[in-house]
Design a protein around this ligand. Sequence first.
Ligand SMILES: [Mg+2]
Length: 196
Amino acid sequence: MTEKPKIVVGVDLDGVCADFYGRMREIAAEWFEKPLEDLPADVSYGLREWGVQDRNQYESLHRFAVTQRGLFSSMPMIPGARKFLRKLSDEGYRIRIITHRLFIHYFHASSVQQTVEWLDSHGIPYWDLCFMKEKEQVGADIYIEDTPDNIAQLRERGLHTICFANSTNTHIQMPRASSWEEVYFLVNNRKGYLIG
Ligand SMILES: [Mg+2]
């Protein structure tokens, strides 16, 4: 008997499963030697509110964060990610993690290692793990993503993308979810459309 194909849910990590901005804020405070309170919690993509001025600075801070502070293994989980991904997985969805964490060269080994350790230690269920910039090429039926440019690109190609709400994407249109419970609800709603 052939198994019927599963609905693939493409799940971003940073800002969706892992509290990237919360942990980066602590590391950026250290990097700039500023009190944590001086860095606003509501930040936009690129971190300019914290004093990051350009792409080079962003990359330096990011490299420091990953190689010296274990960024990818030390981020708190966004509440609900484990519970609702497990629920979706148990209900027959195929969880495919899609992340663009290898965008800076020469520390890929530790980026990948920190990522898989983090996923295991937080009990996040998944079948596939893709380190990809071009997320649309991954072939998911439903995407969950927080970066405005990625959401725009995916939606332009007609791919159903749920925006996981945070301070970087307040201008992005529906469908939006401000919690994992809402993601679960929206994914289930979409299922009806996908299976007809
Ligand atoms: Mg993200």
